[in-house]
Design a protein around this ligand. Structure first.
Ligand SMILES: [Ca+2]
Length: 329
């Protein structure tokens, strides 16, 4: 089960010369694998077959191709197609089909608990889940890897001895920067779960909060202001200067409801802020039974993101993904 949601269609714009023969180009859906359907605003100019192959070139004109996620119809991507008279290309000899830039991506892998660099990690990058490998490298002594990729969204898998394997998304921009490191969690050693929060450059300070039942009665609340509660949980890192990670380790499960939330401390006094929604925050839950779940912050205003609940009696995990405004939690 995964809540990863980023995806895109490539290329995003295509310009063809009109010809007497149909021109075809396979479109690539990058990011998390999904089932999509295509709709053309102008089928005589451009159409997409069910297998994702664009057919165009017979008529001059413009078409917008809408790419819709079948399971989430509100999730849309667009591809712009232009078919020009051959004389246009004669006047623009430098024009080449834009498949995005090939960029060098320099990434780092860090330990969720110590935030130290992790060397010897095998990083495998695919265009989509289950797709073929486009790059693979082992991190060096500085925990870094360097690969050559086209712009777009990719899936990574990182594996190393004594760490829980991790998968997620990396977004490759023209600048090559990715903003977020790959964070690896050391294997659980009798603990119940590890919860890793990461985000982008803004806001500077997000906080992780875990609340739940205390063995023997009462409740606990682990956060930056109480970072260790015996037999309950421990916050390993309180990051106050962008990116994270902040990591909470759950120590025991007893009957009752556990709630994990992310609070936007920087914007806590706002009642309109979209800072948290725009933070690119992700939460990874590594559960003792081997489940690894990723949650992405909802695109809604709010200063408190209630991420998930765990039923302590059954171990069932329930995604919440609710946003609200709270100055203090
Ligand atoms: Ca913090």
């Amino acid at each position: 089960m995964s809540e990863l949601n980023y995806w895109d269609v490539f290329p995003q714009s295509i310009r063809f010369s009109k010809s007497d023969e149909m021109q075809v180009i396979p479109l690539s859906i990058r990011g998390v694998e999904r089932s999509v359907e295509f709709e053309s605003s102008n089928p005589p100019v451009a159409e997409v077959y069910e297998d994702g192959v664009l057919a165009t070139g017979l008529e001059v004109g413009n078409a917008m191709i809408m790419v819709r996620d079948v399971a989430h119809p509100a999730s849309l991507r667009y591809l712009q197609v232009e078919v020009r008279d051959p004389s246009w290309f004669a006047n623009h000899p430098d024009y080449v089909l834009d498949l995005g830039e090939s960029v060098t991506l320099l990434g780092s892998v860090i330990d969720a608990l110590s935030t130290n660099a992790v060397s010897g990690v095998l990083v495998t990058i695919r265009r989509n889940s289950g797709g073929s490998i486009v790059a693979q490298q082992i991190t060096d002594s500085r925990g870094e890897y360097e690969v050559e990729l086209y712009e777009g969204v990719y899936i990574y898998e990182a594996t190393a001895q004594n760490y829980i394997s991790s998968t997620g998304l990396i977004s490759v921009a023209a600048s090559g920067s990715i903003g977020q490191n790959i964070v690896m969690s050391p294997e659980l050693n009798g603990q119940v779960a590890r919860i890793v929060l990461q985000w982008g450059v803004n806001p500077r300070d997000l906080d992780s909060h875990l609340r739940g039942p205390r063995p023997g009665g009462g409740s606990f609340h682990v956060s930056y202001s109480d970072d260790y509660v015996e037999d309950c949980g421990e916050l390993d890192v309180d990051d106050t200067s962008s990116y994270g990670p902040e990591t909470i380790t759950m120590l025991r499960l007893v009957a009752g409801t556990y709630l994990y939330s992310v609070h936007d401390y920087t914007n806590r006094n706002s009642s309109t802020s979209t800072g948290l929604a725009n933070s690119n925050a992700t939460v990874k839950l590594f559960f003792h039974d081997g489940q690894e779940l990723t949650f992405n912050v909802p695109n809604q205003p709010g200063t408190l993101w209630n991420v998930f609940e765990i039923d302590g009696a059954t171990g069932a995990i329930t995604p919440l993904n609710e946003m609200e405004f709270e100055s203090n939690i």
